[in-house]
Design a protein around this ligand. Structure first.
Ligand SMILES: [Zn+2]
Length: 296
């Protein structure tokens, strides 16, 4: 028997995976598998405008190509609407929800963006208006008002909000370790609040550094040179994994390496705190042990 760790990778199929997504999958897989745990895959496809089935199928193929198989069945958020509705009903029965019809411009005009990351903290404009339509917000306790504000659990068009779906799914899937980019660290208080309201056990949240391009911006799906469509044409899976292992400090030097060989060397202590700069043109085979200038 292994440990009781259950981790997960929960990508949104809005485009091809890029190197940053691969790093997230790899670290999460190693976190779970290095202790004999379980690793689940959940496709976060609730945003029907942006998510495509073909991207999801490609993503599944990419994970297998990389050597990162998951345990159990793939969970699709798009099939879980009834579950989310039950939990929203529960919040509503508790008197914790209300409708809000503020536009983004309303909010920009009435509140200062959050200093740390430019988020807008909702000032509670519609809290006591008793509206019957619009987005659905949840009343947060006083301790969260200044930092998070009443946040949206269901959008105006009926789309489930990320925070609601992710907490319900992680809890129902028995996830004990949530590994994700540190850009999502700010959502911890909101999610922990939902865990408490629903009476769920909280997971351990582990945030990894982000991959950034040479101008310091985090990689996104527009950085085409680092998406798997391009990388798979140029490199072997072991070369991509080896490069990520090298850049995250799991191994001292760059070499092609399979994911299983990293199970024994994986440790969160080795992962740097700061973001990792990636130059799209020298990855990964041109990075040899002699390329001292590339070690950060
Ligand atoms: Zn409002």
């Amino acid at each position: 028997m292994g440990t009781d760790i259950t981790g997960r990778f929960a990508p949104s199929p809005t485009g091809r995976m890029h190197l940053g997504n691969v790093m997230c999958a790899l670290l999460s897989w190693l976190d779970a598998k290095s202790t004999g745990g379980v690793w689940r895959l959940r496709i976060e496809d609730i945003d029907r405008q942006r998510c495509k089935r073909e991207y999801a199928m490609q993503l599944i193929d990419d994970l297998l190509w990389l050597g990162l198989p998951w345990d159990g069945e793939v969970v699709w958020q798009s099939e879980r609407s009834e579950i989310y509705q039950q939990y929203l009903d529960y919040l509503t029965d508790l008197g914790l929800t209300y409708h809000c019809n503020c536009t983004r411009n309303d909010l920009l005009a009435s509140s200062a963006p959050h200093e740390a990351d430019g988020r807008i903290v909702y000032p509670g404009t519609c809290r006591d208006k008793g509206l019957s339509e619009g987005a659905v917000r949840i009343r947060v306790p006083e301790r969260l008002e200044a930092t998070n504000g009443d946040f949206i659990v269901q959008r105006r068009d009926g789309t489930w909000a990320y925070q609601l779906a992710v907490v319900i799914d992680d809890a129902l899937m028995g996830i004990t370790h949530v590994v994700r980019g540190r850009d999502l660290k700010t959502s911890v208080p909101q999610q922990e609040f939902l865990y408490d309201v629903f009476g769920f056990c909280k997971p351990k949240f582990l945030h990894h550094p982000l991959l950034c391009n040479m101008t310091g911006q985090r990689l996104c799906k527009r950085d085409r040179s680092l998406d798997l469509g391009i990388l798979r044409k140029k490199y072997l899976p072991e070369e991509i994994i080896g490069y990520l292992a090298y850049r995250t400090g799991l191994v001292r030097d760059y070499s092609a390496i399979g994911v299983k060989e990293l199970l024994d060397v994986f440790s969160w202590c080795k992962i740097p705190d700061g973001d990792i700069m990636i130059d799209g043109d020298c990855l990964p085979v041109s990075v040899g042990p002699s390329s001292e200038n590339l070690s950060s």
